[in-house]
Design a protein around this ligand. Structure first.
Ligand code: AMP
Ligand code: ZN
Length: 112
C-alpha cells in the first residue's frame, strides 16, 4: 500500500467505492465521474504507479485485467462493445498514480 494513494485506500476499504468485482489480486469499481452511461475501472490491488512501472512479474496480472474486462463489461450491460483506456503518466493524462484500466461504454463512442 502506498500512503496517500486513493486507489490503495479503496483497496484497503478505507474509502468507499461502488465495487462491482473483487478477488485476491484485482478490484473493479465505478468511476466517480463517469464519462459515459457505463464507466468503471479495473485496478490491481498491488500499488503499481502506472503501466510504465509494470515489471515482467506483472505479466499474469496484466493479462488477468484484460481478460476480466469483457466479462465485467457484459455484466454491466455492454453487449455491443466498450472502450478500454489506460492513461500513463502526466503526458498520458493520468491523474491517479495507481495503475488502472478504464472500461467505458453505453453511449456513442468516438472511434480513435
Ligand atoms: P486517470 O486520468 O486515468 O488517472 O483517471 C483517474 C480516474 O479516477 C478519473 O476518471 C476519476 O474520476 C477517477 N476517480 C478519482 N477518485 C475516485 C474515487 N474515489 N472513486 C472512483 N473513481 C475515482
Ligand atoms: Zn495505490
Amino acid at each position: 500500500m502506498s500512503e496517500d494513494c486513493i486507489f490503495c485506500k479503496i483497496v484497503a476499504g478505507e474509502i468507499p467505492a461502488k465495487k462491482i468485482y473483487e478477488d485476491s489480486d484485482l478490484i473493479a469499481f465505478h468511476d466517480i465521474h463517469p464519462v459515459a452511461p457505463v464507466h468503471f475501472m479495473i485496478v490491481p490491488k498491488e500499488h503499481i504507479g502506472s503501466l510504465a512501472d509494470a515489471q515482467a512479474r506483472h505479466e499474469m496480472l496484466l493479462g488477468r485485467i484484460l481478460l476480466l474486462a469483457p466479462v465485467l463489461a457484459k455484466e454491466q450491460g455492454l453487449h455491443e462493445g466498450f472502450r478500454t483506456i489506460i492513461n500513463t503518466g502526466k503526458g498520458g493524462g493520468q491523474e491517479v498514480m495507481h495503475l488502472h484500466v478504464h472500461i467505458i461504454g453505453g453511449g456513442s463512442q468516438r472511434a480513435m
